[in-house]
Design a protein around this ligand. Structure first.
Ligand code: AMP
Ligand code: MN
Ligand code: MN
Ligand code: MN
Length: 287
């Protein structure tokens, strides 16, 4: 029954060194298992090259696994994240789309470093590179780690607030994939598309309505309700949105690092029992 399924300790959102996390896929699998996670997905940004490692490590711990990724898209002028779950990790079109999405990151990083140099912070590109686990995936998180190391800020959230968000010196606007493409790549690879952490965006009510309706129209089927990025009130709010749009609900910590993440793997509140958990739609793809 639904209540039984929603009490599953599923954690379907986290990051490894393949994107901007600090742990290997193997270390994450061990941590998830130790924390009592019962169903896990590694969802590196714009990357699926850690999927076979994650699945093998999960299996070694007797941990059920779903393939995952988190795709960066641009919608109504903002960056939105679309999680994909349960796709074929060897799908060529998905891999190709993600490779193109990653393509602009090198140039963007150079421009971010130029912006930081203009306010007196030198060597940020080289500094960020030291933290990068995957040369195709240099991200703002790596710059944030360097700025903390350099003593510019006390922690990474202060770096984002002062340097790496819209209007700040290290922010470079970027055009990612489209909503249609990202949802299409996931579905064509046999997976399910999920709107990640909807409370993190600053859309107007009309823009958010457009995001959810277009996502549905493209075949999207789920939304993150319980995530490390949502307060309890936001989780309730998006539980209502899920019901309104007929979407299944997902749950994921968005864990990046033992030193930085507020919520550890598996340490989230449960999904409200009245929603359809996304894993009910993915039963045949759980390994
Ligand atoms: P990028 O894909 O290079 O734009 O980097 C986005 C990543 O930066 C996100 O996936 C988060 O890991 C991190 N991030 C974004 N905003 C914040 C914030 N306010 N505080 C800490 N980390 C953040
Ligand atoms: Mn991240
Ligand atoms: Mn995200
Ligand atoms: Mn994430």
């Amino acid at each position: 029954m639904k209540t039984v399924s929603s009490i599953l300790n599923a954690d379907l959102h986290c990051h490894s060194v393949v994107s901007d996390g600090t742990l290997s896929p193997e270390a994450l699998a061990a941590r998830a298992a130790a924390n009592g996670v019962e169903l896990w997905a590694l969802t590196d940004h714009d990357e699926i090259s850690g999927q076979h490692r994650a699945a093998a490590a999960a299996q070694a711990h007797g941990l059920k696994y779903l393939t995952g990724t988190e795709i960066s898209i641009t919608f109504a002028g903002q960056t939105v994240h679309i999680v994909g779950l349960g796709f074929d990790p060897d799908d060529a079109a998905l891999a190709d789309g993600l490779r193109r999405t990653r393509g602009g990151r090198g140039q963007r990083a150079q421009e971010m470093a130029d912006g930081l140099a203009a306010v007196g912070i030198r060597g940020a590109y080289e500094g960020a590179l030291k933290y990068v686990g995957n040369p195709e995936l240099i991200s703002r998180t790596h710059f944030a780690r360097f700025l903390v190391e350099a003593g510019v800020c006390r922690d990474t959230s202060e770096v984002f607030r002062k340097y790496l968000t819209e209007g700040k010196p290290g922010f470079v606007p970027h055009r990612w994939a489209t909503l249609r493409d990202a949802v299409g790549w996931i579905i064509d690879a046999g997976g399910i598309a999920v709107i990640a952490h909807p409370a993190r965006y600053s859309f107007s009510a009309n823009e958010e309505y457009a995001l959810f309706s277009e996502f549905k129209a493209h075949g999207g089927q789920a939304v993150e309700v319980v995530t490390g990025s949502h307060s309890a009130v936001e989780a309730l709010q998006y539980a209502e949105t899920a019901r309104e749009f007929g979407l299944a609900a997902s749950r994921g910590s968005d864990f990046h690092s033992p030193d930085e993440s507020r919520i550890d793997l598996g340490a989230l509140p449960l999904l409200p029992g009245t929603l359809t958990p996304v894993w009910e739609l993915l039963e045949d793809r759980i390994r």
